[in-house]
Design a protein around this ligand. Structure first.
Ligand SMILES: [Zn+2]
Length: 352
């Protein structure tokens, strides 16, 4: 569960509202042999010595992905970069997000989170229905939850064909694929809000992702999301067992600076990044048990039977790192400025 509490605010490019229209810096993920940071395009990078493995689903990519750290923004990333077509194989059928059998406590937490998010969206947006586009929308069960609290017109995009089909069966317009590859011409400037929770870290090209979100949004619309934060006590404490790696599914482990840079470079203003209260350290604990003690018997949906106890054990640590500003998860919010910005004699949009 997460909250949107304590958001640091950054006026991104140092210009007033309406600054927008920055040129997008290519994510420049490097050549086949030369890695570069997919978040800030920095080329001074170094391979991390302790390489993670998949301790949840035991997926092994065709090519071993190394983890590199960017000297410019501190983000970490997988290299060589997988192709978009490689990604489906990283998500087995028993992946936790595809599981609807969450148990009573998880269902309660999901319901509370849905109510909190609905309130945030309704507060951000004056028009009704709120037009919301979710990236990585899964089977859209969360849209049903949102609609309990207000008028929402929801759509999305989902990589997994079966999940996208389940979403369409629920009546939501969901395209199979990725936002980076989606032709958004027909729906540009249609949405008030674009959401990407636990998503940025999964995509091959995060800057392209933000640029596409910018195009989907009406001027004045907002992008919101949540992702693991590499500048955290949790990452330092757990090392290769840090759940934020989620190897090989997390292709970048983003720093706060990297996230701000990518959003500003993608045309957003009023960028806010802050810690999120979350129990991710419970999964890091599980990774230690599986990786070092081989406690992987009877795993279900990537979790061992003791997982609920590990979440409880991780609670005080997660609260402490959150209160000290070093949480292992971060929330972000940013705005597509209402006025296009003139740069020299030309009006520019992301991607130009
Ligand atoms: Zn970087």
């Amino acid at each position: 569960m997460s909250t949107g509490l304590v958001m640091e605010q950054e006026r991104g490019c140092g210009r007033a509202e309406g600054c927008a229209a920055p040129a997008v810096v290519s994510s420049a993920t490097g050549s086949a042999t030369e890695p570069a940071c997919p978040v800030c395009a920095g080329r001074r990078v170094e391979r991390v010595s302790a390489q993670p493995r998949d301790y949840e689903y035991h997926v092994q990519p065709d090519r071993d992905l190394g983890v590199f750290v960017c000297d410019s923004c501190g983000s970490r990333f997988a290299f060589p970069r997988p192709r978009a077509t490689d990604l489906v194989a990283f998500y087995p059928p028993h992946y936790h997000a595809y599981n609807e059998d969450h148990g009573a406590v998880a269902r309660m937490l999901v319901a509370l989170r849905g109510r909190a998010r609905a309130r945030t969206y309704l507060k951000l947006c004056a028009s009704r229905p709120v037009r919301l586009f979710d990236v990585g929308s899964g089977d859209c069960r969360h849209f049903v939850e949102l609609q309990r609290y207000g008028a929402f017109d929801c759509g999305g995009v989902e990589l997994n064909p079966a999940m996208a089909e389940a979403a369409r069966a629920r009546g939501f317009p969901v395209t199979t694929g990725t936002l980076e590859e989606l032709d958004v011409a027909a729906v540009s400037e249609r949405y008030d809000i674009v959401t990407m929770y636990q998503l940025v870290e999964h995509v091959v090209d995060p800057v392209r992702l933000f640029a596409q979100a910018w195009r989907l949004l009406k001027p004045g619309g907002h992008v919101l999301g949540q992702l693991p934060c590499v500048n955290s006590w949790e990452q330092r404490l757990f090392g290769r067992y840090w759940a934020g790696y989620h190897y090989p599914r997390h292709l970048q482990m983003v720093s706060r600076l990297g996230l701000r840079t990518a959003l500003v470079n993608s045309g957003f203003a009023d960028v806010r990044v802050g810690g999120a209260l979350h129990l991710q350290a419970g999964l890091s604990l599980q990774n230690v048990l599986v990786g070092r003690l081989h406690c992987q018997a009877r795993m279900r949906y990537g979790k061992i039977p003791l997982y609920s106890m590990l979440l409880c054990a991780a609670g005080p640590f997660c609260l402490l790192e959150y209160l000290c500003g070093r949480a292992g998860m971060m929330n972000f919010r940013a705005c597509r400025p209402k006025q296009p910005v003139q740069r020299g004699d030309t009006m520019r949009e992301p991607g130009q």
